[in-house]
Design a protein around this ligand. Structure first.
Ligand code: SIN
Ligand code: MN
Length: 207
């Protein structure tokens, strides 16, 4: 469903089997050799998610991408797995868009998790100008997702992102404000054995 020009919500994009496999990958990554952590951002506040960047690290202090986590432990961002890149391409194509992802931000939200309304605008100027989409995949508990306009004061619409849903915003929607106001506990499919929510956002820095 196209909820705005360039913004597409695909309800139930991933089968339960694919969700189970992807949750396994996410678990291994967030508790792996380069673990997810709670970033402290520019103003000094803690984010309300555990974050792990793949391919490139997003630095919450500088709002820039870098190869190693200079705002945290100096470890290198793990590589973006080839099957993640393929999934991002598949979802973008369903929206009639092209994405050759070179990074992914993997976030884990517990029952208290949330993310303030913001724009995704730290990718390269060329990528942003071309409207190369962000592709988002949700797993586990449902999120109340807010999708606004090009200006912070524009009205926002609230939608539920459920486990297996994909959301794509590119072209004229690429710089729209968005955020997560709350997680709805105990809504994950039982087969996932997951309390909380994983969200993956695939992006293309280089163009
Ligand atoms: C984000 O905006 O980076 C994450 C969105 C989400 O968790 O659905
Ligand atoms: Mn975002």
């Amino acid at each position: 469903m196209e909820i705005a020009p360039g913004a597409h919500h695909f309800s139930g994009f991933l089968s339960l089997d694919r969700q189970v496999a992807l949750v396994g990958d996410c678990r291994a990554l967030v508790d792996g050799a380069v673990p997810a952590y709670v970033p402290v951002v520019r103003g000094g506040g803690k984010m309300h998610v555990r974050m792990l960047c793949l391919g490139r690290h997003w630095n919450g202090k500088t709002y820039q991408y870098e190869p190693t986590r200079t705002d945290f432990d100096g470890l290198p961002a793990p590589p973006l797995p080839a099957e993640f890149r393929a999934l991002a391409r598949e979802i973008a194509a369903s929206a009639g868009m092209v994405l050759d992802a070179d990074l992914c931000i993997l976030n884990y939200y517990d029952a208290e998790g949330r993310m303030g309304v913001h724009q995704d605008k730290d990718e390269s100027e060329r990528s942003l100008a071309a409207g190369v989409p962000v592709v988002s995949v949700s797993l586990g508990d449902t999120a109340r997702f807010l999708f606004g306009g090009a200006r912070r004061r524009d009205p926002v619409q609230a939608l539920r992102l459920e486990s297996g849903d994909a959301f794509v915003f590119g072209g004229p929607a690429r710089l729209r404000y968005h955020g997560v106001s709350r997680i709805v506990p105990d809504t994950a499919p039982p087969a996932l054995g997951l309390a909380g929510r994983f969200n993956l956002t695939f992006r293309q820095y280089d163009l």
